[in-house]
Design a protein around this ligand. Sequence first.
Ligand code: KIV
Length: 263
Amino acid sequence: MNLKIKKILSKKDKTKIVSLTAYSESIAKILDKFCDIILVGDSMANVLYGHNNTHKITLDNIIQHTLSVQKSIKKSLLVVDMPKGTYSNPKKALKNASLIMKKTKCDAIKLESNKVNFNIIKILVKKKIPVMGHIGYTPQFKKKFKLEGVNKKESDNLLREAKLIEKAGAFSIVLECVTPDAAKLITKNIKIPTIGIGASLFCDGQILVTDDMLGLSGFYPKFVKKYSDLNRIIEKAVKKYTRDVILHNFPKKKHHLNGTKLR
Ligand code: KIV
């Protein structure tokens, strides 16, 4: 087994697993110092490409961004989202997951559960492709946001789904927008780590979309804590630059080229 995955598994019930998303080399370089897992998420559809859902992200988009992120990864586990439609049957899933693994040299892929694709996970794992599952709110398959696990029956259904994903061989599962009760139930009753997003403290680890927690995306659902306000910081810097250019304050003599190494 991949040593990085072994390390993630060993954290269950011991230390929390820290995860964030990245789509570029520069952000991944910073995250790699702190994160256990870096996910090249299809959330890039909303965050980078301005779509209102994740459905238009292509295999090529995911591969290109992963190649960028991969350049900075030294220690984190690199997980890559399979875009919608790229794993709709076993043959397609195996072909596309193999392509992502081969081209990007990532450590694992993530796919969303549509409650019936457990066999696909089994086939990928059998071919030595490590898989992270994703249950609860799954943006590729659900049109409307709905908190999952609000009553006992829903929580039990989620647990059943998580157990099937575990049985199929996934090494961990993202729980997105499930109730604290459901998160607690699942985390206690499966052996693989759960990574929560909007899913309470009762998970083995947490993940957020980096642009959300940095205050860059402008998308702040209740479960996001804004650790910075990059929108405001960037706006201030651009405003200063604009003023400098207009008032002939930039460039100054010290900004002249002589001897500078170019990119
Ligand atoms: O695409 C993504 O960023 C994700 C996380 C929200 C888990 O799937």
